[in-house]
Design a protein around this ligand. Structure first.
Ligand SMILES: Nc1ncnc2c1ncn2[C@@H]1O[C@H](COP(=O)(O)OP(=O)(O)OP(=O)(O)O)[C@@H](O)[C@H]1O
Length: 381
């Protein structure tokens, strides 16, 4: 039976939508087909101790498995706000929040396409949802548990973030070194498969992504490395999956197989997926929801059925997003012009002094600005 859900937009208005799992649309059963219903609960996991950002105190430690809220939303975001900290661990004084006033919910079987311009905050949002960036506990609940503070969510694989390139930072060698070595893909995959309860899953994934277990990881192409990364990343049975532009290197067949696999995960296991991407072709009927972020806010969060022109094919997703981004660019220019107009005319523009002078661990070029360390602001003339 459909369950009513509230979807609050940043402007404060609340729209009530049925969150019954989207019906399978046989007409869309092509490369990126629609999805179906919920599934049995996965095993729960443990809660661990962590300090609270609000109180700076330790929360309780529980070794018993934490209960998983199956009936409610799998992802619940409430008044989410976030600003990146500087080297002091605190947001720079006067910094505007990168994300503000976000509210939304997603349920079992649903999958949302996350859309926004470069720098809009998609990766940041996914990292917050994926428990990689700390926010107060009530702001982001996954399976009814705080995404950052309940580390059992990620260690169990129930909450899974797959994003970025497979790279690592190597001290004195550099940042973003491609992950590789003279070993076969099967070694990485088999290691990850040990933690997967379903033995057939590895085979299904390898077939879907057409991965050759004998590929040597120092000789693979970018797309082949991406395929191995995806097999490893998707092996454990997630309940909530956050995908951050992981299809850039995939050819059209690899991408279609992946999207089909994800649809089946939602249909057969009641998983929930958020997928951030700039590649829209063929995705018109894949999502159940489309969410659009701009200027730090969730500008819209709607069900696919609210975009009939996408369903009937009279407009493509890329054309629709093109319109949104152009409008966003126009508004951003207006805001910038207004800010410039209101900026102090005499004495130059005030900017925050980069307190760590570009320092970052492991880089040979690391340096710390000595006598300027205490300066909070610098006047540029
Ligand atoms: N570690 C960080 N510290 C400070 N600011 C950051 C950090 N990471 C990202 N930002 C800033 O946050 C903003 C949003 O970045 P984010 O990576 O979330 O955008 P995005 O929407 O994923 O962009 P893209 O489409 O280009 O991947 C950008 O302006 C970026 O400069």
């Amino acid at each position: 039976m459909p369950v009513p859900v509230s979807v609050t937009n940043p402007g404060g208005s609340v729209s009530h939508a049925s969150h019954a799992v989207a019906p399978v649309d046989s007409s869309s059963a092509g490369l990126f087909a629609n999805l179906g219903s919920a599934a049995p609960p996965p095993p729960p996991s443990a809660v661990v101790a962590i300090s609270s950002p609000e109180t700076n105190t330790q929360q309780h430690v529980a070794s018993a498995p934490a209960p998983m809220n199956e009936a409610g939303p799998l992802i619940k975001v409430t008044d989410l706000a976030y600003t990146y900290p500087d080297i002091s661990g605190q947001p720079p004084p006067g910094a505007k929040p990168l994300i503000k006033g976000m509210n939304f919910e997603l349920h079992a079987g649903e999958r949302a396409l996350l859309i926004g311009a470069n720098g809009a905050g998609k990766t940041t949002l996914l990292k917050i949802l994926g428990g990689k960036l700390m926010v107060p506990q009530h702001m982001v609940q996954v399976l009814g548990r705080p995404a950052f503070h309940d580390t059992g969510l990620t260690t169990s694989g129930l909450l899974n973030y797959v994003g970025g390139n497979w790279q690592r930072e190597v001290a004195f060698a550099g940042f973003d070194c491609a992950l590789g070595g003279d070993f076969p893909a099967s070694r990485m995959i088999d290691n990850a498969a040990r933690e997967c309860a379903d033995p057939s899953r590895k085979q299904r994934l390898m077939e879907a992504l057409d991965v050759n277990p004998d590929w040597r990881m120092h000789q693979v192409s970018d797309g082949q490395r991406r395929r191995v990364q995806l097999v490893v990343g998707l092996l454990r049975e997630f309940k909530v999956l956050l995908l951050d532009e992981i299809t850039v290197d995939l050819d059209v067949l690899g991408r279609a197989s992946l999207m089909r696999f994800l649809t089946e995960e939602c249909r057969n296991r009641g998983a929930c997926i958020i997928y951030a991407t700039h590649i829209f072709d063929g995705l018109e009927r894949w999502p159940s929801h489309i969410m659009y972020v701009a200027r730090g806010e969730l500008q819209s969060f709607n069900r696919l059925k609210d975009y009939p022109h996408l369903i009937d094919g009279s407009q493509t997703l890329v054309r629709m997003v093109d319109g949104w981004l152009r409008e966003n660019r126009r508004i951003e220019k207006e805001i910038k012009a207004k800010e410039l107009k209101e900026a102090p005319k005499e004495g130059g523009k005030e900017e925050y002094y980069l307190r760590n002078n570009g320092w970052a661990g492991g880089r040979l070029a690391a340096s710390i600005a000595g006598d300027k360390m205490d300066d909070k602001k610098l006047t540029l003339v």
